[in-house]
Design a protein around this ligand. Sequence first.
Ligand code: PRP
Length: 222
Amino acid sequence: MQSTSMDYLTIALPKGKLFGLSADLLAKIGYTAEGLSDKSRKLIITNEEKKIKFIVSKTADVPTYVEYGAADLGVIGKDVLLESGKDVYELLDLGFGRCHLMMAVPKDEKRAKLLDYNHTRVATKFPHIAEQFFNRHGMQMEYIKLNGSIELGPIVGLSESIVDIVETGTTLRENGLEEIVSIQDATARLIANRVSFKMKFDRIHTMISDLRTILESEAAAK
Ligand code: PRP
């Protein structure tokens, strides 16, 4: 009999920094497939024996695949998830990919307080999160959406500040920028399509429980 999408668990993995960590963690519970790599030009990689399909996607698109049910599950940073505003279940904090969203400005142009930046321009990959943050502080800003190398914004005079993620702080340091306020902590999350979660409950439930066991034993060993 031919397999249908109900037979498979489809998991969207983000290319880039989270890919290797996601694939390593999933391999520990037996969720792997031959040739699974973010360098591969093959975008769907299937493990027929275990009935798992991996979708290798642009990071920002993972929540979209999951919301529409093209993927049952996905791994994505909390920062990108919040920015996407997608309607998915957040099942598990995977603990890796720790970073935080913050506002930074050129060191030598630092102003006395946050409100002093009111009505200035912010360069960011996260305009929704940034807007929510500044609205909470009663500030009206101009948001300039960039898709990468956000730190360039203030250096080339495109904006007065940036809202971006910081992991090690190296990029800020190397570009003469300084964090002035932290906005949101983030780690990688396992997300699920709402319908898939119900239709494939047993399989997903077992998977979460296996992942929890691994994460707890790794945390205990630290
Ligand atoms: C992210 C982020 C910062 C950098 C922070 O960029 O936008 O630029 O990492 O990391 P650090 O604190 O360890 O220096 P990414 O490498 O994802 O590429 P991008 O700039 O093209 O978005």
